[in-house]
Design a protein around this ligand. Structure first.
Ligand SMILES: Nc1ncnc2c1ncn2[C@@H]1O[C@H](COP(=O)(O)OP(=O)(O)OP(=O)(O)O)[C@@H](O)[C@H]1O
Length: 310
């Protein structure tokens, strides 16, 4: 086990930021922590890194307790935070090289790792530029490069691609997958469902410092009663027909707007067939059909009663 957190409690006076939190992260996993603003993601990162004291519980990294001066452990960890943490007075190359030199003494190795990381993130054309001259996407890639250049075994990523242009977002997401393929364990904090769905093998949902659900995305989707959302292009529908549809077996709701019929079903078999049978029986002409399975957003909403994002 790379990270082993048991019954972690962290209070700020009366606020309970982490509430008996348990988390296990296995080697080689990308473990996503999904939670809205204020759910305790930053506090958890600080506790894992030994930057904040906690009130109760235990945190072990590779079976060892992290302390402020656990330099051996820290050497194996890379951190990329949402806010860029680079030096304005250093060029892109100098920034990456500097962060590498904080961990490695061997100058030749620093040079080698810096070059490799620059190529890895496609930053070759920008090495002489200062951070102020970089576009927001390139700045994100530089920030990411500084966190991974020393080849950590555990990478903690706190919303590393929030508000990033599609090209840099793809570059960073591909790099994360490649690092995983090379054996890096990754803890990935985000509020973005699509990033978590694409990248993570295991997911923990947080709400007010509490773990509300944990598992693979399939396991999480299995926890809720919601089935698919079916959208059918229907050219005309009477109020009575809409009422009939909302009362079909296993249907939790139906609405009709702009020639679009949306039916939400509970988990079960043949929901689409039941709807199509009804439309045919009533001789209601219909066009395109779209079926969408529940998302992690739906899981979060059903368990907590609120959306991940406002
Ligand atoms: N230094 C502090 N003093 C008092 N309360 C704090 C402090 N830091 C965080 N909190 C509170 O603890 C809770 C968890 O905060 P935390 O910053 O860890 O959440 P988060 O999920 O990282 O949110 P965000 O994404 O907004 O940073 C929140 O209610 C927050 O207001």
């Amino acid at each position: 086990m790379v990270i082993e957190i048991k019954n972690l409690v962290k209070r700020y006076d009366k606020i309970i930021a982490l509430d008996y939190l348990n988390l296990m992260v296995k080697e080689g996993q990308i473990h996503g922590i999904l939670g809205p603003a204020g759910s305790g993601k930053t506090t958890l990162t600080d506790c894992i890194l030994g930057l904040k004291k906690y009130d109760k519980g235990s945190i072990l990294l590779w079976g060892k307790k992290m302390e402020r001066d656990s330099y051996e452990l820290k050497r194996d960890i890379g951190v990329v935070l949402e806010e860029e943490a680079v030096f304005e007075e250093l060029t892109l190359y100098e920034n990456i090289s500097y962060f590498c030199s904080l961990y490695l003494g061997d100058k030749q190795k620093v040079k080698e790792y810096t070059k490799e990381t620059i190529e890895f993130l496609g930053l070759e054309d920008f090495i002489r530029l200062y951070p102020k001259k970089l576009s927001p996407g390139l700045l994100r890639r530089l920030n990411f490069a500084c966190g991974i250049v020393h080849k950590p075994k555990l990478l903690i990523l706190d919303e590393p691609i929030e508000d990033t242009d599609p090209h840099s977002k793809k570059k960073i997401m591909d790099s994360i997958m490649e690092l995983k393929n090379r054996g890096t364990t990754i803890l990935y904090f985000s509020q973005e469902i699509d990033e978590i769905e694409q990248l993570c093998t295991e997911i923990t949902m947080l709400d007010k410092g509490k773990v509300i659900a944990q598992g693979t995305k399939e396991e999480l989707k299995d926890m809720i009663s919601l089935g698919e959302k079916i959208t059918v292009e229907v050219y005309s529908l009477s109020e009575n027909q809409l009422k009939d549809i909302s009362q079909l077996p296993n249907v939790s709701g139906a609405e009709y707007n702009n020639q679009s019929l949306i039916m939400r079903a509970k988990k079960g078999r043949n929901n689409l067939m039941t709807l199509l049978d009804y439309l045919q029986e009533q001789k209601i002409p219909f066009g395109r059909i779209i079926t969408e399975m529940p998302t992690l957003d739906d899981v979060y909403l059903e368990i907590t009663g609120k959306e991940l994002k406002d």
